[in-house]
Structures are given as C-alpha cells and as structure tokens.
Design a protein around this ligand. Structure first.
Ligand SMILES: *[C@@H]1O[C@H](CO)[C@@H](O)[C@H](O)[C@H]1NC(C)=O
Ligand SMILES: *[C@@H]1O[C@H](CO)[C@@H](O)[C@H](O)[C@H]1NC(C)=O
Ligand SMILES: *[C@@H]1O[C@H](CO)[C@@H](O)[C@H](O)[C@H]1NC(C)=O
Ligand SMILES: *[C@@H]1O[C@H](CO)[C@@H](O)[C@H](O)[C@H]1NC(C)=O
Ligand SMILES: *[C@@H]1O[C@H](CO)[C@@H](O)[C@H](O)[C@H]1NC(C)=O
Ligand SMILES: *[C@@H]1O[C@H](CO)[C@@H](O)[C@H](O)[C@H]1NC(C)=O
Length: 325
C-alpha cells in the first residue's frame, strides 16, 4: 500500500528515539512543529507523554496516508486544546488512546473517526466545559463500537457525557472524582439496560435528597454494576454530609414523602386561614352586640370611677377632718 515502507523501515521521526525490539517510538520532546508525526510502520507504541502540542489536526499520525500498525498511543500531559476531525486517521489497529491531563476545549464530532479497534480511551483530568459538552457527539461515532473502557476521572462533570451506550461496547465507565450530584433518571434507565456495564462513581459530591431516588434504588438493586458503591458519600445536605449513599434509608430519598409534607403544610395553612376568616366574620356579624357590650363595659367603668371620685372627695373634705379631730 505504501510506496515508502521498504525504503524507510529504519527511519526514526525527528526528536524521537526508536526501539525496534520493543516496537516503541518515544517522543518526549514532541512539539507543534512535529505534527503530523512521521510514525514508522513497525511501531506498535507511540509514547509522546509530556510533550508540548496544542492541537491535533486531521491525519496528525498519518503523514504518508499509510495505515499504521500502532496499538497504543500515549499523549497525556501535552497541553492539547483541540482535536480536529479525523485526527486519528490511518490507525485502524489502535486499541489504547491516552489523552489524559491535557486541556481540551474542543473535540470534533469526527475526532475519533476510524478507530475501529479502540478498546481503552483515557480522558482523565482533561476536559474543559466546552469539550465536555462536545464529547457526547464525538463518542456517538460509529467507529467506537469496540470501546470497552472509558475513563473520565477528574473532569468536573455534572452529567454523564454520553448520549447513549448503544454505539459502544462499554464494560467499564470511570466517572470518579467529578461533580456529579446525582445520576439522572434517564441515565439510570440506560444503565439498567446494559447489565454488563460497570460504573465507578466514588469521589462525587452526591446530593442525598429526593433527586437521588431513582439512582438510590438502582444502586440497591444492581449493586454489582457499581463496584465502588461503598465509597459513594453524600456531600449535601449538611446533615447527611459524609454519610454513605448505600446506608441511606429509603425514606431519606423518598420524593413522595417530601411532597406529602409540603402538601400537609399547605393544607394546615388553608385551615388556619379559614379559621381566621370565620373569626372575622363572627366579629363582623356581631358588631351590634359587640358595640353594646363595649358600651356596657364603658358605663360600668364610669359608674365605678364616679363612686371612687365621690369617696375621694368625701375623704379629703377638710371640714370632715376637723370634725374627726
Ligand atoms: C513518509 O513520507 C516522507 C516523504 O513524503 C518520507 O520522508 C518519510 O520517510 C515517510 N515515512 C514513512 C514512515 O514511510
Ligand atoms: C509550548 O509551546 C509554546 C509554543 O508553541 C510555547 O510558548 C510554550 O512556552 C511551550 N511550553 C513549554 C512548557 O515548553
Ligand atoms: C484515570 O484516573 C483513574 C482514577 O484516578 C486512575 O485509576 C486511572 O489509572 C487513570 N488513568 C490514566 C490513564 O491516567
Ligand atoms: C480530582 O480532580 C481534580 C481536578 O478536577 C484534581 O485536581 C485532583 O487531584 C483529583 N483528586 C483525586 C483524588 O484524584
Ligand atoms: C444521561 O442524561 C443526560 C441528561 O441528563 C442525557 O443528555 C444523556 O442522553 C443521558 N445518557 C445516557 C447514556 O443515558
Ligand atoms: C428495586 O427496584 C424496584 C423498582 O424497579 C423498587 O420498587 C425497589 O424498591 C428497589 N429495591 C430497593 C432495595 O431499592
């Protein structure tokens, strides 16, 4: 297929070292100027960890338009910001792709096109918010139907960035150390449909209230699907902080009871309001009687006051005092 193969069997790309016995090419000094990289056809591992490359354009590993034999592609800690469409063209045998600890801002919907044999995709600590939003589109690619393990640890994810599990063959989804407060009901349903899938969820700030209900029941019923379930802890509300999710009681996450409580408060309010209205009406209807009653009281008071006044006058009459003397 490749007219250059025979002539270039022993070549090694610029700024790389090649070890043919282990079929490994190491490029720790990989720079933007070295893209696309001229990978020898005999190589099965390209190790470019810790380089300095900002973008992977189309055909970044396919300078000759040849199909390569690469099985592992290690690109962690390069500061990669963008992955363009068809970036991994010509790598039909690639099984492991490590893009961890980069700074991805954009991932083309066709980024993973052609990776028909990809089994392990590592994207730990690498996704910015915009890249996380684009990832579901990229993972929906038809190419990834052999993907077994997807690692998305440490990406501050608030939702699962997968539109569906159907196009993949996932057996392990690692979502540890993210910002998931709950797992949405529709995701719980999808998880229930893919029984062989294992989901790792430790180090997420779960909110242990009504919104956790569907997930809680799934966790209790399908514990084998979440191997690290003992390590799932509540972060909210304050009174449940640090509590194990699996140790919650059913009523702690029961939505119905929370609703019922709200309803009963509303009901109590209505009853109190009704009592108030009835009281005011009684007052209003009785206003004649009340007026009379007030008048009576006032008159009674006045009579009393007059009696006192009279006594006082008598007691303080100087003539009477003289008489006493
Ligand atoms: C790819 O082609 C370039 C010339 O276009 C050549 O210099 C290089 O050695 C070739 N690499 C391989 C692996 O064939
Ligand atoms: C990486 O490359 C860019 C230019 O492409 C340069 O400005 C930057 O200093 C480099 N970083 C490191 C750590 O070498
Ligand atoms: C991804 O992160 C998880 C959890 O920290 C770790 O177990 C795994 O080895 C990481 N994978 C890579 C490729 O760094
Ligand atoms: C969790 O992820 C953050 C980045 O979001 C990282 O800084 C931190 O080291 C990770 N913690 C663990 C325990 O892996
Ligand atoms: C997970 O839930 C999000 C929204 O909550 C949805 O967009 C996505 O399609 C769901 N994915 C799966 C695999 O259920
Ligand atoms: C298991 O799931 C059913 C609904 O599918 C639910 O009614 C039940 O409460 C769950 N069991 C536990 C222990 O949560």
């Amino acid at each position: 297929i490749c007219p250059f193969v025979l002539c270039c069997v022993h070549h090694c790309p610029r700024s790389c070292t090649c070890a043919e016995d282990s079929a490994t090419v190491s490029c720790p000094e990989w720079r933007d100027g070295d893209v696309p990289v001229d990978v020898p056809v005999w190589a099965s591992t390209l190790d470019a960890r810790g380089g300095n490359v900002s973008a992977l354009p189309a055909g970044a590993f396919c300078s000759n338009g040849t199909e390569l034999e690469l099985v592992s592609l290690l690109l962690s800690r390069n500061g990669i910001r963008a992955i363009g469409a068809h970036a991994f063209l010509g790598l039909p045998r690639l099984e492991l792709l490590d893009l961890s600890y980069n700074r991805l801002r954009s991932v083309s919907a066709d980024a993973f096109h052609g990776l028909r044999e990809l089994r392990y995709l590592y994207l730990n600590g690498t996704l910015g918010a915009s890249a996380a939003a684009e990832l579901p589109g990229a993972l929906a690619s038809d190419s990834l139907r052999n993907l077994l393990r997807l690692e998305l640890s440490g990406n501050r994810l608030k939702t699962i960035p997968l539109a569906s599990f159907e196009t993949l063959n996932l057996h392990a989804l690692v979502l540890t150390n993210n910002s998931l407060e709950t797992v949405a009901g529709e995701n719980v349903t999808s998880l229930g449909e893919f029984r062989s899938l294992r989901v790792y969820l430790a180090l997420n700030p779960f909110r242990c209230a009504c919104e956790l209900q569907a997930f809680y029941h799934w966790l209790k019923n399908s514990s084998q699907q979440c191997p690290d379930m003992h390590r799932l802890l509540c972060a909210q509300p304050d009174e449940r902080r640090g509590q194990q999710v699996e140790k919650l009681r059913r009523e702690d996450v029961e939505c119905a009871s929370a609703e019922l409580e709200a309803v009963s408060y509303v009901f109590l309010g209505i009853v109190l309001a009704l009592i108030g209205v009835v009281f005011l009406m009684v007052l209003y209807l009785n206003r004649g009687g009340i007026k009379r009653w007030l008048n009576n009281i006032r008159e009674a008071c006045r009579d009393q006051m007059e009696v006192y006044h009279y006594r006082y006058e008598q007691d303080s009459d100087p003539r009477l005092a003289n008489v006493a003397v």
